[in-house]
Design a protein around this ligand. Structure first.
Ligand code: DC
Length: 218
């Protein structure tokens, strides 16, 4: 069994930034499970499906093979053998992933892949249900969150820095909708595991958040 750190929390809390830094410091492999849901979402979009077409999505799961690899330490996602990493991070794909991840068959498709990775390697795995469902016996569990305002502001700054036009209110609304969906679905909703350490990064620097997590790790 690998040494397992689970890091869950809402969209935009900084999980991937923080998890990558902890992984580097401690020598763990970083596993981004949201990217796997996004990979499946691309498959559904490629097939012209809408999120409410549940039966067709369940059927489409059968023709999707999502796998994970690493290039220079960076996680890559493959969909039926094709590297689709560069296409994962759009709002369209994120929203499709948030909606379709509420379908039990979609979650079942990725569960084994996630558990197998954690069984073999020392990992820090980020997602929504890692501490509560995927790795209930993880060595360390972190629930990383921040206020909606902080998360929206960070996203706004990130997009503006890239020269992209965006609207703060719209971003905040999108984050609230995503939180609601991720926290209120029937299967594996986002919630803090009873034995998770709560880290609210609203008023913390990146270094402070990393230190707050590393102190719990072996
Ligand atoms: O972390 P992210 O924004 O890349 O994740 C995209 C969506 O995937 C998220 O809104 C909900 C879903 N997801 C999930 O249901 N369970 C996980 N472990 C990770 C992501």
């Amino acid at each position: 069994m690998g040494y397992n750190v689970a890091i869950d929390g809402p969209a935009g809390a900084g999980k991937s930034t923080i998890a990558k830094l902890v992984a580097k410091e401690k020598g763990y492999i970083y596993v981004d499970t949201g990217a796997m849901y996004r990979g499946l979402a691309i498959h559904f979009l490629n097939n012209g499906l809408r999120p409410e077409e549940t039966a067709k999505i369940v059927e489409a799961c059968k023709s999707a093979e999502v796998s994970i690899g690493y290039e220079n330490g960076m996680q890559q996602i493959y969909l039926n053998g094709e590297n689709i990493t560069g296409r994962l991070r759009t709002e369209e794909v994120g929203n499709m992933a948030s909606k379709t991840s509420a379908i039990p068959e979609v979650r079942a498709k990725l569960l084994e892949l996630q558990r197998n990775l954690a069984a073999k390697e020392d990992v820090i795995m980020d997602g929504r249900d890692i501490g509560t469902n995927i790795l209930p016996n993880a060595d360390v569990k972190i629930y990383l969150t921040a206020s909606v305002e902080t998360r929206a502001k960070r996203r706004f700054d990130e997009l503006t820095e890239k020269g992209l036009e965006c609207d703060y209110e719209e971003i905040a609304k999108d984050i609230q909708e995503r939180d609601y969906r991720d926290m209120n679905r029937d299967i594996a909703p986002l919630k803090q595991a009873e034995d998770a350490h709560l880290v609210d990064s609203s008023d913390m620097t990146i270094d402070e958040v990393v230190a707050a997590i590393v102190k719990h790790c072996k």
